[in-house]
Ligand binder design. Structure first.
Ligand code: C5P
Length: 223
């Protein structure tokens, strides 16, 4: 008999891109595949946690035993996350949330008017879901362990450490190496107050299992 390490924990994961409408048929998104977040949700479930996965638009199957909430925009994602935060003990933000959204999406499809003029798009900033949750009373009280991700193109360790402090999370995970969007492999850099630790290149599910073990270890030592 070996009790599962995350039995009794409730893990909330965001994954995938967001989609920000320009008009009813057009929008802005990004190339996040959602694979890392889905792998983390699966690994957390395997470790015995209750898992809710808030997913932007991706075409991936829901891991067995995981509760999935599908959303489109950053604001929908924030709302879905905030509904789950009161029950969550771990929050892992892997979603590639759009930093900006069109300020005033058109209610009807924007048509060419024959003038040769392209429409101008004005943008407004989206909420930072991770920072919002990390600053919540639940996280501040120690009841919710928050983990962020970072995709940096340079100086990963320094930028990730700065981001960890700025977002006020105990653990920030950097994507090491060239573009990982859509790939099945990744390499990760774990950044916490003690320093950095590398998880070398491996399939995302294997990395997800190691990350879950690292989260579990940190929660036990901070408890
Ligand atoms: O600031 P940056 O987007 O690089 O931070 C990345 C981390 O913050 C990821 O964990 C991502 O899921 C999260 N994030 C978020 N909401 C945003 C932007 C980023 O939750 N609007």
């Amino acid at each position: 008999f070996s009790p599962k390490p995350l039995a009794g924990q409730t893990v909330l994961v965001t994954a995938g891109p967001t989609y920000e409408a320009i008009d009813p048929v057009r929008g802005i998104t990004n190339l996040s595949s959602g694979k890392m977040g889905f792998a983390i949700a699966r690994a957390a479930r395997e470790a015995g946690a209750q898992v809710t996965l808030v997913a932007g638009p991706v075409s991936l199957p829901t891991p067995r035993g995981v509760t999935r909430v599908d959303v489109r925009s950053a604001r929908e994602m924030l709302q879905a996350v905030q509904q789950q935060v009161p029950a969550a003990t771990v929050f892992v933000a892997t979603a590639a949330v759009a930093d900006w959204r069109p300020a005033a999406p058109a209610e009807q499809k924007i048509k060419k008017d024959g003038s040769g003029q392209a429409p101008a798009l004005a943008f407004t900033e989206n909420p930072d879901i991770l920072a919002t949750v990390a600053q919540s009373a639940r996280a501040a009280s120690g009841a919710l362990f928050c983990v962020g991700f970072a995709a940096e193109s340079q100086d990963l360790a320094a930028n990730a450490q700065a981001k960890r402090v700025r977002k006020q999370v105990p653990l920030l995970v950097g994507n090491l190496g060239p573009a990982t969007f859509g790939q099945d492999d990744n390499a990760l850099l774990l950044v916490d107050a003690q320093g950095t630790q590398e998880l070398p290149r491996a399939p995302k599910l294997e990395l997800a299992r190691k990350l879950i073990a690292e989260i579990d270890r940190r929660m036990r030592t901070s408890a």
